[in-house]
Design a protein around this ligand. Structure first.
Ligand code: UD1
Ligand code: UDP
Length: 344
């Protein structure tokens, strides 16, 4: 049986790994490396436990630090572990520092490298993810693109011949979660669900506090599971807000999907959540000036709002979704990926 090493480290990667791992183990021996980039129980172990993701064989324990510190330590440890395992394929997901380190280590060892969620571009190099994605795409041997837009981006960069339009693996993650928790489409409960973790929104305390103060003016209940990066910035200020905003710890995937499903609007700067909002047919407000998931904006179900604009919250309240809806992200994606890998 051929061997695949899957490299993960951050919350959205555990969620993407779940359906991939389940499918890949039918045909391959899989070994999981967890870099340790996310390490709190509710940012890491909780997902493995509740989603029945196999325990990683390698826990590298590298979290925190600057970009260079984090990426370089990962690079060294991943290389050592890859040399031990000698896999036939290495798989990396998304665009975090764990993705970049895994891709660099594997490609320098000339190991066949597959990038899941290839071709995403925000065209904003101030985002660390943009740098991670571009490098990973250019050094990977096989690119699994989730959308037509991502295929076009890869084509423009001369990468078409190694690109495959597979659909988005998070379609399978979401479907599995809905089945596990028996979540059904139901009426909205009238609250808004909020997540924020992009450095551009949260790394300056006055900016994140300003955004939350403005959101309070909507006079609508907001549930806000706080990412650890954001909590660090808000630590002393949480008491300054009214009870319109309910601050909660990061949630497990099943609870979070349940909350998305019962919310009446999702406000976020997350990549994954923009897609999930669309898949769940929920109006989504993205507090950024650009997005990698352009098709959700073009469809009318997602709007971009710059939280630095005066009274940006007024636009949120008046946002209405269209009636038209089409499948943008495909289906049975993990199955397609595994059948492609079998042919490589
Ligand atoms: C990372 C990814 C980002 C992704 C996000 C998903 C990079 C450059 N960024 O951002 O693309 O959207 O994950 O959530 O790879 N921390 C904890 N406990 C944890 C995890 C993090 O305290 O479990 C702290 C870290 O020590 C650090 C801060 O939060 O101080 C940020 O963590 P880091 O993994 O560097 O970046 P994220 O903002 O999580
Ligand atoms: N998520 C979760 N619990 C939370 C917040 C988010 O399970 O409290 C899930 C969410 O459903 C999505 C993923 O985490 O699948 C998104 O991760 P995040 O926003 O951290 O990263 P991004 O997608 O922006 O890289």
């Amino acid at each position: 049986m051929k061997k695949i090493v899957s490299i993960v480290g951050a919350r959205p990667q555990f969620i993407k790994l779940q359906p991939f791992s389940k499918e890949v183990r039918k045909e391959f021996k899989e070994v999981i490396f967890h870099t340790g980039q996310h390490f709190d129980r509710n940012m890491s172990k909780l997902f493995f436990d509740e989603l029945n993701i196999p325990k990683p064989e390698y826990e590298l324990g590298i979290g925190g630090g600057t970009h260079a510190e984090q990426t370089s330590k990962m690079l060294v440890e991943i290389e050592k572990s890859l040399l031990k395992e000698k896999p036939d394929f290495v798989v990396v997901f998304g665009d975090t520092n764990s993705t970049l380190a895994g891709a660099l280590a594997a490609s320098k060892l000339n190991m066949p490298l597959i990038h899941i969620e290839a071709g995403l571009r925000s065209f904003n190099n101030e985002m660390p993810e943009e740098i991670n994605r571009k490098i990973t795409d250019h050094i990977s041997g096989y690119l699994f693109a989730p959308t037509e837009t991502s295929m076009d981006n890869l084509d423009r960069e001369g990468l078409r011949s190694k690109s495959y339009l597979t659909g988005d693996i998070m379609v399978d993650s979401l479907k599995n979660a809905m089945k596990m928790r028996r979540i059904e489409e139901n009426a909205s409960s009238g609250f808004f669900l909020l997540t924020l973790h992009r450095p551009s929104n949260v790394d300056t305390p006055s900016k994140i506090i300003g955004i939350l103060k403005d959101l309070e003016k909507m006079e609508i209940k907001i549930i806000f599971p706080i990412h650890p990066r954001t909590r660090k910035m808000l630590e002393d200020s949480i008491d300054e807000f009214s009870n319109k905003i309910e601050f909660v710890d990061p949630l497990g995937y099943l609870d979070f999907v349940n909350l998305m499903q019962s919310s009446s609007m999702i406000i976020t700067d997350s990549g994954g959540i923009q897609k999930e909002a669309y898949m769940l047919k929920k109006p989504c407000v993205t507090l950024r000036t650009e997005t990698e998931w352009k098709e959700t904006v073009n469809s009318g179900w997602n709007i971009l709002i710059n939280p630095e604009e005066d009274n940006f919250w007024e636009k949120i309240i008046s946002f209405k979704t269209p009636l038209k809806y089409e499948n943008l992200f495909g289906e049975n994606v993990a199955e397609k990926m595994v059948s492609l890998i079998k042919g490589f």
